[in-house]
Design a protein around this ligand. Structure first.
Ligand code: ADP
Ligand code: MG
Length: 702
């Protein structure tokens, strides 16, 4: 070994590049590098995409507030007192922040933190401190900030004026040992070394709809500089919108390519007409609604092309999706193929099994049930209908290779699973059914790879469900009401939400709840249904409920989807505020399925009086999509955009539903660009990015 090779590698010379590893940056210790890597930041480019979680206006601080206020404030002052108090094992750290002003006496506010034992080591009197938080009133008078964010200024440090102060200052999410202050400096210095030409532009952005002369046209390079260190709020918003468009575009490209792959495949031709189908439709106990007929026309159009169908059938609870699916499945069987219907839960699979058997067996078509509990290999070959749970779809030895796959009530069955289905040869026709009223905004992102059909009409004769929102102290009255309905021969669902269905304590809580209701509703028979029960236990309970022997189902949310028992007329939900509106609407769909008047009683939890407002939306609204939009506006996209698990590029800057126009624009642009340049010859940066995301998409499908 030569002397030279033993030396540490020389620090890289030449300009920093976007794809440079972060280890090329000066003065980063291995531990800190590791922390960045664990957070997924490997290259300079990754670092640039670590966006601030907010910005503080540190050019001009407001004067100290005298009263509580609804908005967070960013204040600067001097620490004049500190105090740590201990209450048993609890610890409270309090400090007084005094305004730097000539006013006498100077204004002060209190700051409090609980159980942060390191604070006395880093906060001390005399410090120049910036805090960010919401001012609240102290009982004894004065203003307090509880758990504010804070930053100690080293006003004499040379970088302070330049990087941390006198500007709209970014506050980045901390990463392990990296405080926002450290990340800010790292980004500042990195951006200063990075030439603009080196920051890749995904695609040449067409001009924005409302160009502002100062910021248009934005390049990715200056949008990235601006999102971290903007010189005005307007500029910041323009940069955010630019990057939001980019991320939405990237996501839509992945979806559009996925779609193109699907559309290009081969699939069996399933004709629209056959004696079997005619016989089936004639035997149905009701006429199809106009919406059902319309949707079926579209489905059979798809099935006749020789290319795979990939269609989402969206319809509110009770709109009659099952019979649509059954008709399509029968079409496949009539053409000599098998068809499969996959449900999210075993209870639901069982219910479909019972229903489809009634429809199909008179026609001489075998229906088989495959769940985790009944996985035995099928001996029956030839056309047949298989009912199973989602999880079994990728086990061809149990479900075979159906020509048509119907996915009912998909929740966890996302883009990634559909991508995997579409990778099968031959590609099956896929019909995804959902009652989760997903707003259009999200449908575009979550189902961008599918064609969409809507069942927007209810079967005739439905009596709307009457919804009542009540505070917790009306529980006894509500119980009386349920009792009277039971006396009249009806059945009821009582839903008790569990935060964590799997833990033993919550199961205990559900059991206690169940015992309480059993007493309240005696002599009517109750049963407890929860996710931990074995499949056949669940089946037994459901069968007994369906048969009317069990009158009340006390349940966690396992009844959420699909269950259809017409004699059940009351749904009572406890701690209803723990559910989203859309989810409550789904639950509500369990009743109102027969001719009798039905009720949905939403009881708020003990401390949830102020959340009644939100629930009251459900007293008026009956349209699932309107409710979903309201829910989205209130709660934000949350999990629905949990893109980490969908395998799509993350949406970090786009705000939905506000950015819906950007999303639609992005979709159009993605389709256009991929139509013009399918191989992305002219867009190498985009090609690289998409290759990366597609690898993610196909990785890790169970
Ligand atoms: P969902 O769309 O929620 O899955 P289902 O398919 O379970 O709804 O249908 C709900 C109920 O409506 C079922 O009992 C079904 O038999 C009935 N139904 C479906 N279509 C019609 C129709 N056209 N006329 C009358 N009843 C119908
Ligand atoms: Mg259904």
């Amino acid at each position: 070994m030569t002397a030279a090779s033993k030396k540490k590698p020389a620090p890289p010379t030449g300009p920093l590049r976007c794809e440079s590893p972060l280890s090329d940056l000066p003065r980063i210790t291995p531990a800190k590098l590791r922390a960045l890597r664990e957070a997924g930041l490997v290259t300079v480019h990754d670092l640039l995409r670590h966006y601030p979680r907010r910005h503080e206006d540190r050019k001009k601080f407001p004067s100290f507030p005298r009263a509580a206020g609804p908005d967070p404030l960013c204040l600067r002052g001097t620490v004049t007192t500190t105090k740590a108090s201990y209450f048993g094992r609890r610890m409270q750290f309090t400090l007084t922040l005094t305004e730097n002003s000539r006013q006498v006496p100077a204004a002060t506010v209190q700051c409090r933190w609980f159980n942060l034992r390191y604070l006395p080591k880093i906060l001390a009197t005399g410090q120049d401190l910036i805090i960010h938080g919401r001012p609240r009133a102290l009982k004894k008078g004065g203003v307090v900030f509880d758990h504010p964010d804070f930053e100690v200024l080293q006003s004499d440090a040379p970088d302070s004026a330049l990087i941390h102060l006198n500007r709209i200052t970014p506050v980045h999410p901390s990463i392990g040992p990296w405080s926002p202050r450290m990340l800010r400096r790292l980004l500042f210095e990195t951006l200063a070394q990075l030439p603009d030409e080196d920051i890749p532009q995904l695609w040449p952005l067409p001009p924005v709809a409302s160009p502002s002369p100062a910021t248009n046209p934005l390049t990715t390079a200056n949008a990235l500089r601006t999102i971290h260190f903007p010189s005005s709020w307007e500029e910041l918003e323009a940069a955010r919108a630019h990057l939001a468009r980019e991320e939405l575009f990237e996501m839509q490209c992945v979806l559009a390519r996925q779609r193109a792959r699907q559309v290009g495949g081969q699939a069996p031709v399933i004709p629209r007409q056959s004696p079997l189908l005619a016989k089936f439709l004639k035997a149905l106990p009701f006429d199809l609604t106009a919406a059902q007929k319309r949707v079926l026309t579209r489905i059979f159009d798809d099935l006749a092309t020789g290319h795979p169908m990939n269609r989402l059938l969206h319809g509110d609870v009770g709109s009659g999706k099952t019979v649509v699916a059954a008709t399509a499945m029968l079409g496949a069987v009539a053409a000599g193929h098998s068809a499969a219907l996959m449900a999210p839960t075993q209870v639901l699979a069982h219910q479909h099994y019972e229903n489809l058997r009634k429809l199909f067996e008179p026609l001489g078509i075998p229906v088989v049930l495959r769940t985790a509990a009944r996985k035995e290999k099928s001996d029956a070959n030839g056309p047949r209908v298989v009912i199973g749970t989602h999880a079994l779809l990728f086990a061809p030895q149990t479900v075979g290779r159906p020509a048509l796959v119907v996915i009912d009530e998909q929740h966890k069955f996302g883009v990634r699973q559909r991508a995997k289905l579409s990778a099968q040869e031959p590609h099956p026709h896929v019909l995804v059914m959902s009652a989760t009223p997903i707003p259009r905004t999200l449908a575009l992102t979550l189902y961008g790879d599918l064609d969409l059909s809507l069942l927007d009409e209810m079967p005739p004769g439905r009596v709307p469900v009457r919804t009542l929102v009540r505070p917790h102290d009306k529980l006894a009255e509500a119980a009386d009401f349920v009792h009277r309905q039971l006396d009249e021969g009806r059945q009821a669902y009582l839903v008790y939400p569990l935060i964590e269905e799997s833990t033993r304590t919550s199961l205990k809580a559900a059991t206690a709840e169940y015992e309480r209701w059993t007493k309240l509703l005696a002599p009517h028979r109750c049963a407890l249904l929860h996710g931990k029960l074995k499949a056949d236990e669940k089946d037994d309970i459901m069968n007994s409920f369906r048969a009317g022997e069990t009158r009340v189902l006390v349940s966690t949310t396992v009844i959420e989807v699909g269950i259809d028992v017409a004699n059940a007329t009351v749904l009572l939900v406890e701690n209803a505020e723990r559910f989203g509106l859309a989810q409550l609407h789904q639950l509500r769909g369990r009743v109102g399925r027969g001719a009798e008047k039905s009720w949905c009683i939403l009881l708020a939890g003990e401390d949830a009086a102020e959340k009644l407002d939100r629930l009251q939306i459900l007293e008026q609204a009956t349209d699932g999509f309107a409710i979903a939009e309201a829910d989205l506006a209130i709660r934000g996209p949350g999990d629905l955009l949990g893109t980490a698990q969908t395998g799509l590029p993350p949406v970090r800057l786009a705000k939905l539903p506000q950015d819906l126009p950007l999303l639609e624009e992005a979709r159009e642009q993605a389709r256009q660009l991929l139509a013009d340049d399918p191989a992305l010859t002219d867009h190498p940066a985009l090609r690289t990015r998409l290759a990366y995301w597609e690898k993610q998409l196909f990785a890790g499908v169970a």
